[in-house]
Design a protein around this ligand. Structure first.
Ligand code: ZN
Length: 213
């Protein structure tokens, strides 16, 4: 309801304050053009020209070039899934979650014959937060995916295949456990004249614990 002063008494005092503030701001904006064209009231406009030029609004909408291999146009047939040689699991953590990462790392090493990498306490390669990784052969996939789903401890995990295209492996062929996070892989090698060799897996753990079933 609205009283004589135009104040809506159905709103909380806080809410009324917000509305009053908005009204004040609108009045201020109107006053700006008439009395204060420089916007000295905290809305100062920079003098000069945009380095992007004055007519970016006229640029046509671009169609990005496909970066997936073999997909410059729609592919005629699906890719062979047997192009996948192995997998990586990258486990991400930060100063609040490193103990969970350490526990998960120990559990993995105790149970799976995988290639366990170093601790990366800082961003490394395309990985923008601290991480560690383990690589595994295709035969372990049907066990490792559900095992990580139930044992992630809430950590973000990137699971990517290894094909002859590391960039696409990280950017386009990925599976995520829990929330995804950025992966800075645009600069990675892609198939071309200096064709990178497919990532090889050399298991280095010695499992001692039977997987719980
Ligand atoms: Zn990887």
């Amino acid at each position: 309801m609205v009283d004589d002063e135009g104040t809506n008494r159905d709103l909380s005092p806080n809410r009324r304050q917000v509305i009053a503030g908005l009204a004040g701001a609108a009045l201020g904006a109107g006053a700006l053009s008439a009395q204060d064209p420089q916007g000295r009231g905290g809305n100062r406009r920079a003098q000069g020209k945009s380095p992007w030029g004055e007519e970016t609004y006229k640029e046509p909408t671009p169609a990005p070039v496909s970066v997936r291999p073999g997909e410059e146009t729609l592919p005629a047939t699906p890719r062979k899934y047997t192009d996948i040689q192995s997998y990586h699991a990258h486990i991400y953590f930060d100063e609040d979650t490193h103990e969970k990462a350490a526990l998960l790392r120990r559990w993995v090493a105790e149970r799976f014959h995988v290639e366990l990498g170093n601790w990366n306490r800082e961003p490394r390669g395309p990985h923008v937060t601290p991480s560690f990784y383990f690589g595994f052969t295709n035969d372990l996939l049907p066990v490792i995916v559900p095992w990580l789903q139930l044992n992630s401890l809430g950590l973000t995990i990137l699971l990517h295949p290894n094909t002859e295209d590391p960039r696409a492996d990280h950017l386009y062929y990925a599976l995520w456990i829990n929330r995804a996070q950025p992966v800075n892989a645009y600069g990675m090698k892609k198939p071309g004249s200096d064709r990178p060799s497919v990532e090889q897996i050399y298991p280095n753990t010695k499992p001692t614990v039977a997987i719980e079933t």
